[in-house]
Design a protein around this ligand. Structure first.
Ligand SMILES: Cc1cc2nc3c(=O)[nH]c(=O)nc-3n(C[C@H](O)[C@H](O)[C@H](O)COP(=O)(O)OP(=O)(O)OC[C@H]3O[C@@H](n4cnc5c(N)ncnc54)[C@H](O)[C@@H]3O)c2cc1C
Length: 545
């Protein structure tokens, strides 16, 4: 009898209902370590919803149906709005509703930032693009705190768990979202070159802005922190989209960017003509003021990249656990075990470092934790974001041809994967920021030494790597040209120290051998002999709940 040509066999079932929190052992352990088991429990509903087929579908739809610029309404009035697909709103409503915006800044929970970081990590696995406005909303609050009155006015709205979309007076809104406008055509890293001007009005603290921004994401957000040249130098301003009297602020959305990935999110070019803004902080202190927002968004770049890694790993390990070739499950083939185990090591290291940084935010009152955050943020931003594209590409390959097809979700992750390294300070800028911290803030190096020193004597490869960092710091002649190498080594030492203390021995051993020792084989899937691959693969493969 002829075979049924429609029969489909040996295809992995879709990865759904696996709970992005509870099925991630490394995440659960990190949250328990830095917060508590109760914090994990509080995140269970989020993890359950993030993994549903419905959430996955909304993630794909929000990217397929991209935001559209609506410059004019039907009567010809200039409106400068952006229209989103309902799936975008579905994702935003839940992201904000789960408290992933600025909620931790008003929370009494001593672990509010760890909880939020874990939530952001787990929820972003639905779709990464909508994390952008949520991150900027989270990040605006520490910068706002330079001005008591503005912080008092805006923080409760940004901390709200109500997603209230649309350009209306904020007094009528149940919640608000924030964005950031720094980058101009002539420079994004070197914001001192900004040409947008700010002219004081007759009212103290109020200005009008003239100029442009070359990249401003999420232009439908309610309020933006922007940089402009005031008489006293580069200054930070708070720019609302709707004025206090209910009329629209003059803010022309010129174009939406046609981007590689991040396509669910709108990133715009703006023009300001007499645009009303309030000064945030002193004139001439713009970078000092907005750097607080930059630092908080850098944390989300690390968490966002770790989240991409975890989602890619979950898909890869799930697929190989259900797909057979050459007479056996792929997950049982020694070489595939090597690949998945190596992906898992990378993912776990990123997760551990991201959550450690969030714990440093919770403990910001402790000067040592503040100093650790100062240096570990650019280190992690450089290293974790830089390693994400190659990691996601390797995970994609585990699914074979299916991984290259949109329905698998892997292409979306792959297109997103370089982004966190580009924005909020590209790779070089973060590596150079590490040098700045080392040269200007000696307590930052002390904090790094204390942190990596917690694992001292546990693994000789880690000990040698720490010594190597100190030796390269002693040679001050070549620091700038070697900044990436140094940042990478320092970040890997932080990750190694965390894994040696808290991860299973197999994970720490594989990490130390290949990321700190001499056994890196030039690509993922080259873990040396003797690593307990099967146990790492088992630890990392999601179980259907
Ligand atoms: C999707 C997307 C959304 C964005 N959203 C926003 C937003 O909402 N708000 C906003 O303000 N910006 C936004 N940006 C802009 C982003 O932050 C900038 O693109 C980024 O900071 C780099 O600036 P640039 O593009 O001007 O590149 P440049 O500053 O010209 O840098 C180009 C390259 O040179 C390197 N470089 C710079 N200085 C040095 C140096 N001294 N030594 C060695 N190398 C150096 C950089 O690392 C980079 O690789 C967004 C970008 C993207 C892609």
């Amino acid at each position: 009898m002829a075979a049924d040509i429609r029969a489909t066999t040996n295809q992995a079932p879709p990865l759904a209902d696996h709970n992005t929190v509870t099925s991630d052992v490394a995440l659960v352990e990190a949250v328990t370590r830095h917060a508590s088991a109760a914090t994990v429990d509080a995140l269970v509903p989020l993890g359950a919803e993030a993994s549903t087929a419905e959430a996955r579908e909304h993630g794909l739809l929000a990217n397929r149906h991209e935001p559209e610029l609506v410059p004019y309404d039907r009567y010809g009035h200039r409106v400068d709005e952006v229209r989103f697909h309902p799936s975008w709103h579905w994702l935003m409503e839940r992201g904000v509703g789960y408290g992933l915006g600025a909620t931790p800044w008003t929370s009494q929970d001593p672990h509010a930032h760890v909880r939020r970081a874990a939530g952001f990590f787990a929820w972003s696995q639905t779709e990464p693009g909508h994390g952008c406005p949520i991150s900027m909303t989270y990040a605006a609050v520490p910068a706002l705190r330079v001005d008591d009155a503005l912080a008092k006015e805006w923080t409760p709205l940004l901390a709200s768990t109500s997603y209230d979309f649309g350009l209306r007076p904020v007094a009528d809104k149940a919640g608000a979202l924030a964005g950031m406008g720094m980058t101009e055509k002539q420079g994004g890293s070197d914001v001192r070159a900004n040409v947008t001007t700010a002219t004081p009005t007759s009212v103290d603290g109020e200005y009008t802005l003239d100029g442009h921004k070359w990249f401003t994401s999420a232009p439908m957000n309610d309020v933006f922190l922007v940089l402009a040249q005031a008489p006293g130098g580069l200054t930070c301003f708070l720019l609302p989209r709707v004025l206090p009297d209910g009329s629209r602020n003059r803010l022309d959305v010129v174009r939406l960017k046609d981007k590689l990935g991040n396509r669910s999110n709108a990133s715009s070019e703006l023009e300001f003509r007499g645009t009303w803004a309030q000064r945030l902080g002193d004139e001439g202190r713009g970078v000092r003021t907005i750097i607080e927002m930059v630092a908080a968004t850098r944390l989300d770049c690390v968490l966002g990249s770790a989240s991409l890694m975890r989602r890619a790993l979950a898909e890869a390990s799930w697929h190989v656990a259900h797909r057979s070739a050459f007479g056996g499950l792929l997950a049982d083939k020694p070489l595939m075990q090597n690949v998945v185990a190596d992906l898992a090591v990378e993912s776990e290291a990123a997760t551990a470092l991201g959550l450690r940084l969030a714990a440093a935010v919770d403990a910001a009152h402790d000067p040592r934790e503040a100093a650790l955050r100062r240096i570990a943020l650019p280190l992690a931003k450089f290293w974790v974001c830089k390693r994400t594209p190659m990691m996601v590409a390797e995970a994609l390959e585990c699914l074979g041809g299916n991984g290259y097809v949109e329905e698998s979700g892997l292409p979306l992750l792959y297109r997103e994967s370089p982004l966190n390294s580009v924005w909020e300070g590209s790779g070089n800028v973060n590596a150079l920021d590490v040098l700045r911290a080392l040269s200007r803030e000696p307590e930052a190096l002390d904090a790094w030494l204390v942190e990596v020193g917690r694992a001292s004597g546990e693994d000789p490869r880690l000990d040698r790597a720490i010594e190597g960092v100190l030796e390269s710091l002693a040679d001050t002649s070549a620091l700038e040209v070697g900044a990436r190498r140094l940042a990478g080594r320092m970040a890997a030492c932080l990750q190694g120290a965390l894994l040696v203390q808290f991860a299973p021995a197999a994970v720490a051993d594989a990490f130390c051998a290949t990321r700190l020792g001499t056994e890196y084989g030039g690509t993922l899937g080259t873990l040396p002999r003797g690593v307990d691959l099967a146990s790492i693969v088992t630890r990392t493969t999601p179980l259907a709940s």
